[in-house]
Design a protein around this ligand. Structure first.
Ligand SMILES: [Zn+2]
Length: 59
């Protein structure tokens, strides 16, 4: 099962179409957090990780 996080669902920015796929939930969250920092200037705080966990889906 692949873990998928769509940035669009996190509503960090308007019209961000980045999608992150990983073998594990931890890795998917890590990739998404890296993207949030780099492209949206968001610090990797607890609430951000929590948000990614909520919107994560299986594929
Ligand atoms: Zn984004």
């Amino acid at each position: 099962m692949t873990k998928v996080i769509e940035c669009r669902k996190a509503k960090l920015a308007a019209n961000c179409d980045q999608v992150f796929r990983a073998e594990t939930a931890e890795e998917a969250v890590r990739l998404a957090a890296e993207h949030a920092k780099k492209d949206h200037g968001l610090e990797p705080i607890f609430e951000l990780f929590e948000l990614f966990w909520v919107i994560m889906r299986d594929e």
